[in-house]
Design a protein around this ligand. Structure first.
Ligand SMILES: [Zn+2]
Ligand SMILES: [Zn+2]
Length: 131
């Protein structure tokens, strides 16, 4: 890939993501970044996000709803709330299944395993109790 031109917009998107733990959607990033870049379009935000994913600088999380974006690229799992759709990091150390799969599967080399957990987040559990 040719050297990429520095882009203030791309940098702003990345630094916005780095400051968040809630795995925002492209829409959320767009809404917040428009304050600094009034002329930016949602399309530009999407383009920059896919570029950052391609560069390995951020991760895309595919959920049942809109795609989420994550600046934490160290291996970790996600918890996705079935009720409100929030995405949280699961930093519980889990045994890496990749070596085991590679040992016995034999249809290619697995490099990474991404796990997603689904359930009800604490906040939704609490509000279900109150109503
Ligand atoms: Zn929830
Ligand atoms: Zn994450």
């Amino acid at each position: 890939m040719a050297a990429l031109k520095y882009s203030r917009q791309r940098e702003a998107i990345k630094s916005y993501l780095c400051g968040r733990e809630d795995h925002p959607t492209a829409d959320m990033i767009y809404t917040s970044i428009r304050g600094d870049f009034p002329n930016i379009s949602l399309g530009t935000v999407y383009r920059n996000l896919s570029l950052l994913v391609e560069l390995g600088e951020i991760r895309k999380i595919t959920t049942d709803g809109a795609d989420r974006f994550d600046a934490r690229i160290t291996p970790h799992s996600h918890f996705i709330c079935r009720n409100c759709g929030c995405v949280m990091d699961v930093m519980v150390p889990l045994n890496d299944p990749v070596p085991q799969v590679n040992q016995s599967w034999g249809h290619g080399e697995v490099e990474e395993c991404r796990m997603e957990f689904y359930g009800i987040c604490e906040q939704c559990k609490q509000s279900a109790k109150c109503s």
